[in-house]
Design a protein around this ligand. Structure first.
Ligand code: ASP
Length: 209
């Protein structure tokens, strides 16, 4: 039997780890409240696609992201990916600065292995929260051969965006990350990543930094 890919999930906070007073509250909530292990436990389906471990890196609203965390995160991701048994990394992150962190890692992580950022637009306590399916997709992507060498990726709303091109376009809609005229790289169907294209720009292992 083929071994399942090993994926490490680094939790940094954000709405995906957010808690509100009721399940209809989609905006007035506290970001970065729920621990990474609780988020993993809420999506047991991910254990069918990967051997998953979680690590609480920090637990903040991403509007509080600072250079020091970026540097430590980049080093931790590179360190984990140097371990032969680790196949990919997922980073749960607030959406406010998710594109900046993704781009920074795209320039500084020295590895061809998949690094996937994931967030949510609705807090974990919300009705129809988007976090669980986004997390499941992100784990499948980070453990996939198709994502190797594609640079840092963003998995949200059943779409795959590349870190170089993606930007947040809406404050509340679940369809928020877009790569404008360059378009997304692929999408998810039944939890499986399907790529249509890849960025030809230098990134990760080939970046000059
Ligand atoms: N509103 C943000 C989010 O969507 C909060 C944050 O960036 O942490 O996650």
């Amino acid at each position: 039997m083929m071994r399942k890919p090993k994926v490490v999930i680094l939790g940094t906070g954000g709405t995906i780890a957010g808690r509100a007073g009721s399940n209809t509250e989609m905006t007035g909530y506290q970001a970065g409240e729920i621990g990474i292990q609780t988020l993993i436990n809420a999506v047991p389906e991910m254990l069918e696609v990967a051997d998953v471990t979680g690590e609480q890196f920090c637990n903040i609203g991403s509007f509080d992201m600072i250079d020091d965390i970026w540097l430590r995160l980049s080093r931790r991701v590179s360190e984990l990916l140097q371990q032969p048994e680790v196949d990919g990394i997922v980073i749960t992150h607030g959406t406010d600065t998710l594109e900046e962190t993704a781009y920074f890692l795209n320039l500084t992580v020295k590895s061809e292995k998949p690094v996937v950022l994931v967030g949510a637009m609705r807090p974990a306590t919300a009705m129809s929260a988007d976090g669980p399916v986004n997390l499941l997709n992100a784990v499948a992507l980070a453990g996939s051969q198709e994502a190797v060498g594609k640079g840092v990726l963003i998995a949200m709303n059943d779409q795959i965006n590349g870190a170089r091109d993606a930007t947040k376009t809406n404050t509340t809609h679940v369809e928020t990350f877009k790569s404008w005229e360059l378009g997304y790289l692929g999408y998810f169907q039944n939890g499986k990543p399907i790529f249509y294209k890849a960025s030809l720009r230098r990134h990760t292992a080939a970046a000059e930094f």
